[in-house]
Design a protein around this ligand. Structure first.
Ligand code: FES
Length: 105
C-alpha cells in the first residue's frame, strides 16, 4: 500500500481535522482526543461538499450544505441511506502524518 505525507503533528495543534485532496478525493485527517489519527473521505455523498468545513461535534459531522450528518469514525451517514464514507489508512512516522493513496475498502 502506498502512502503520501499530508501533514505534521504540529499542523493539528489548533485543529482537530484537516482535509486534503488525494487522487481527486477529499480526505480528512482527524486527531482523536487520545492523540491518535484517523483518515476518512470527507466529500459528502449528496453533492460533494467538504464535511470538514461543517460543524463537527465529537466525531459527528454535519454537512455545511444541506445538513446530512455522518459519523466520521465509522463512515455511516446518520440522516440518509447513502453509501458509507470510505476510510483510509494512516501512518505516523516521527512527526509526519502519512495517508494511504487509496481507501481501505
Ligand atoms: S452536499 Fe452534503 S447534504 Fe447536500
Amino acid at each position: 500500500m502506498d502512502f503520501v505525507k499530508v501533514a505534521t503533528v504540529k499542523d493539528f495543534t489548533h485543529k482537530s481535522i484537516i482535509s486534503f485532496s488525494i487522487l481527486g478525493k477529499k480526505v480528512g485527517v482527524l486527531k482523536r482526543d487520545d492523540g491518535s489519527f484517523h483518515a476518512i473521505e470527507v466529500g459528502c455523498k449528496h453533492q460533494s461538499a467538504d464535511l470538514s468545513k461543517g460543524e463537527i461535534i465529537g466525531m459527528i459531522a454535519t454537512c455545511p450544505r444541506h445538513q446530512w450528518q455522518y459519523d466520521l469514525e465509522t463512515g455511516k451517514c446518520l440522516t440518509n441511506s447513502s453509501p458509507d464514507l470510505r476510510k483510509y489508512a494512516v501512518r505516523r512516522e516521527g512527526e509526519n502524518i502519512l495517508v494511504s493513496l487509496l481507501p481501505l475498502s
